[in-house]
Design a protein around this ligand. Structure first.
Ligand code: ATP
Ligand code: MG
Length: 569
């Protein structure tokens, strides 16, 4: 089967309008260059996927390129493990950073030399100074929302003095916290980010890429805009919480442009609202807590909103793209309901997933008048709306597995499935009439008995003369394929588990994972990893990419057929 990628025409949004304007005025000579800048300090989650789809999607649709840049300037928290997981996640989502034969994978840590040289330049030009106040003094002197800040007593050090101190900071002559380098902007600015922000601090920490070469590290705000300018980024898209940082972004780049380091136009920062998904958590810190305290089985637990988690759960990259298309891009923070995501998933999977019969809670059905040595072959479409995908066949014999809930000894009103004296159709097979049950010593039903009507087979003329109200699914005991099925549900039972600083652990759904031993129609034995199916009447399932193997099938429930949340079950 060939899959062709037909991206729908992208819906317009305020970011595309800005780019269209730039293309009209020729600001960038029609060049569009974006970047996705994760810090490799954890696994990416579904919120990051929005940023990935936006940045890579915009670049792709304008024929431009999106850089993958590791924003790795916090030596203590970063690692190669996280770098690799981020590369995998972006690739799995269907994006690439190669463009016209060039590789656009970057590390902010590769810019340490330049960042340092630019800091010296800012010092020389009187735009930065070494401050030797304690952290506590600096905090106090920063002022408040109603009070302007107090200039540091070290603010008027000469460039020569600052340069000497900064070089000695770099040489390791001082302890952590003894000095910092600050941009010299405006201690009375209403914007706190402009009150002489720290741009370098001393850290005697081992960096996963630069080792022990450095003991001074640049701050995020300083690094980010310079990395954008060094990479010739045109549109720097980030989430709304950076809106207040934009004046600093522009200030730093303008100082360096004035100094002749960068050409104008300078990259433009544009903010958009982050993705908040109900019944999920998108804070790296809290996700880490779920993993380290054992509430889930690792970063790739199928209940986790991490990209490795949703992948293992069976979500498709296309469904994530569809979600992002449906929620669009705005400047207003809002909560997206998990059902929107699940809806995108069902829409994607309904088309793709081959159908299979699976009995998740098996109860034996014995057709007493079916000859013990007889096996008949039944057939069903692989996909009901795509006859060209062919048919599947499976045997029907005397003993079958049916779903326990498809039999009732004392049926409630409106129950049309099996009960003594009632007739149902075995899907793709015959009409049977229930004759009785076998019970164990405790009175539990262990098998159901019935008789079949040989002239009632589906697809034959006689079939129409039997009017039954219920159809049930089944698999033949002799040829059924056993499988472990993990029935996953939402990890939290509340829509906003961490709203208002609440303890999100209290909102964990105790029934988010249930494991059953099921029987599938034969033929599933050879199923490869990460194959998705619709189990008829049950929902969408995927073979677990870690634990499943030919001969030992393990399936994860991706999503049920219908949204049953908030409704009585
Ligand atoms: P941290 O607290 O570690 O900074 P972070 O979630 O901001 O966590 P980054 O690695 O800095 O992680 O994020 C990379 C990019 O993804 C940033 O541009 C950030 O704005 C974006 N991003 C993060 N969370 C979301 C979200 N929920 N929705 C949309 N974009 C997001
Ligand atoms: Mg961040």
């Amino acid at each position: 089967m060939t899959t062709e990628r037909n991206d729908p025409p992208a819906a317009s949004n305020f970011i595309r309008n800005i780019i269209d304007d730039d293309n009209r005025t020729g600001k960038w000579n029609q060049r569009v260059e974006t970047r996705f800048p994760p810090e490799p300090n954890g696994y990416l989650h579904i919120g990051h996927a929005k940023s990935i789809c936006l940045n890579f999607g915009i670049a792709r649709s304008y024929g431009g390129v999106c850089h993958l840049r590791f924003d790795d300037t916090n030596p203590e928290k970063e690692s190669v493990e996280y770098v690799n997981s981020i590369i995998d996640a972006v690739t799995w989502l269907g994006f690439e950073w190669q463009h016209n034969g060039a590789e656009h994978l970057y590390y902010a840590s590769d810019y340490y030399d330049k960042l340092y040289a630019f800091a010296e330049l800012l010092i020389e030009r009187g735009h930065a100074y070494v401050d030797s106040q304690s952290a506590e003094q600096m905090r106090t002197n920063r002022g408040s929302a109603t009070e302007v800040g107090t200039p540091s007593p070290f603010r008027n050090r000469t460039p020569q003095e600052n340069l000497d101190l900064f070089r000695r900071m770099k040489a390791g002559e001082f302890k952590e916290g003894e000095h910092v380098l600050r941009a010299k902007i405006d201690m009375s600015s209403p914007n706190f980010n402009m009150r002489d922000p720290v741009i370098y601090r001393i850290r005697f920490a081992h960096h996963y890429r630069t080792g022990d070469t450095w003991c001074v590290y640049p701050m995020y705000d300083y690094t980010h805009c310079i990395s954008d300018a060094l990479e010739n980024i045109t549109h720097s898209l980030c989430t709304l919480e950076f809106e207040d940082h934009r004046p600093l972004y522009d200030w730093i780049l303008n100082q360096l442009a004035d100094a002749g380091v960068f050409q104008r136009p300078l990259p433009q920062q544009i903010e958009f609202s982050r993705l908040n998904l109900t019944y999920a958590i998108t804070s790296k810190r809290k996700l880490l807590q779920l993993v380290t305290e054992g509430y889930v089985d690792g970063w790739d637990d199928p209940r986790m909103p991490t990209i490795v988690g949703v992948r293992r759960r069976g979500f498709t990259p296309e469904s994530i793209q569809l979600l992002c298309d449906r929620i669009g891009v705005t400047k207003v923070d809002s909560w997206i309901d998990m059902s929107v995501f699940e809806g995108a998933l069902r829409d994607d999977l309904d088309e793709k997933a081959p159908r299979v019969t699976a009995v998740l809670d098996p109860l034996k059905l014995i057709i007493d008048n079916f000859p013990a040595d007889l096996t008949e072959t039944c057939s069903a479409p692989v996909h009901p709306h795509h006859p060209e995908r062919g048919t599947r066949t499976f045997p029907l014999s005397r003993e079958l597995w049916i779903e326990r809930e498809d039999f009732s000894e004392a049926p409630p009103k409106g129950y049309f499935r099996l009960f003594p004296g009632n007739r149902v159709r075995l899907r793709y097979g015959y009409v049977v009439e229930c004759t009785g049950v076998d019970k164990d010593a405790n009175g539990n039903v262990i098998a159901v008995h019935c008789n079949y009507f040989p002239d009632s087979r589906s697809g034959t003329e006689g079939a129409n003369s039997y009017k039954v109200k219920g159809t049930i699914h089944w698999v033949s005991v002799a040829s059924a394929c056993p499988a472990e099925v993990r029935l996953y549900d939402r990890l939290f039972k509340e829509a906003q588990p961490d709203a208002g600083g609440r303890d999100f652990l209290q909102a964990l759904n105790p029934d988010s994972k249930r494991v059953v031993h099921a029987y599938l129609e034969p033929g599933a034995h050879e199923t490869a990893a990460e194959q998705r199916f619709q189990f008829e009447r049950h929902g969408y399932f995927v073979t677990d990419r870690i634990d499943s193997a030919p001969g030992k099938l393990v399936f994860n429930r991706i999503v049920s057929l219908r949204d049953s949340w908030g409704k009585p079950s």
